[in-house]
Design a protein around this ligand. Structure first.
Ligand SMILES: Nc1nc2c(ncn2[C@@H]2O[C@H](COP(=O)(O)OP(=O)(O)O)[C@@H](O)[C@H]2O)c(=O)[nH]1
Ligand SMILES: [Mg+2]
Length: 211
């Protein structure tokens, strides 16, 4: 559902000040919870950095990955002048070669953040449209359900699929979403390449920050 007035307001806001604030490798490094936050999560290589750049109308706010699965930090970006809200880039998961200790540290950091962060309004869970929901995504969804953090499922790289394939993945993923209490029933279909769905998603992020 598009809302032209909201999209326009979101475009204007993100065209203004968006700055990297800090990386938090552990909870004690989190910035003070003074404004609403919207978090982004997904498997390594899902297209999270590209989507963050597309939403914030920048080329390289978030670095697109060289070595997937390396960052184990929460990265905070500030939006608005005066500051309105923050975007949180959560560490990617599902990296096949990650040692168990790294995965455990990731789980603890993410779980504690989701459970304890009162200003966290919403999470966007990115899912590669070519793959649909994988077991690691289902695990992430369970963590979000458990923490009672509402989340939007965003299909990425939609440009890589034929319309019929995309329709199938969309239907299957929506059916899966309906089984999860904290998941929005309606998905976002996006491409950072063609910018499909980006204006709507940018507007949704702004709306979420204001709930
Ligand atoms: N075709 C296509 N490729 C994309 C899209 N988004 C990201 N990619 C590519 O997927 C790879 C991983 O993207 P990146 O944003 O670094 O993923 P991250 O690891 O989740 O942050 C890069 O090679 C990107 O160019 C998209 O919408 N369409
Ligand atoms: Mg990235």
């Amino acid at each position: 559902m598009s809302d032209p007035a909201l999209e326009k307001r979101a475009h204007k806001l993100f065209s203004g000040r968006v700055d990297f604030l800090k990386s938090a490798p552990a909870l004690k490094f989190l910035p003070d919870p003074v404004v609403p936050e919207i978090a982004f999560c997904g498997r390594s290589n899902v297209g999270k950095s590209s989507l963050l750049n597309a939403i914030t109308l920048r080329k390289s706010l978030a670095r697109t990955s060289v070595t997937p699965g390396r960052t184990q930090e929460l990265n905070f970006f500030e939006v608005g002048d005066p500051l309105q809200f923050r975007l949180v880039d959560m560490p990617g998961y599902g990296f096949a070669k990650a040692p168990i200790k790294v995965v455990d540290t990731w789980k603890k950091l993410v779980r504690d953040f989701l459970r304890g962060r009162a200003v966290l309004k919403r999470t966007l869970l990115l899912v590669d449209a070519r793959h649909g929901i994988k077991p690691v995504d289902a695990e992430m969804m369970a963590m979000l359900d458990e923490a009672a953090v509402g989340y939007r499922i965003v299909l990425t790289k939609a440009d890589k699929l034929k319309p019929t394939q995309l329709a199938d993945v969309l239907a299957a993923t929506e059916a899966e979403a309906r089984k999860h209490p904290a998941a929005f029933p309606v998905l976002h279909v996006t491409s950072s390449e063609t910018k499909q769905g980006i204006d709507e998603l940018r507007a949704a992020v702004l709306a979420d920050s204001e709930i």
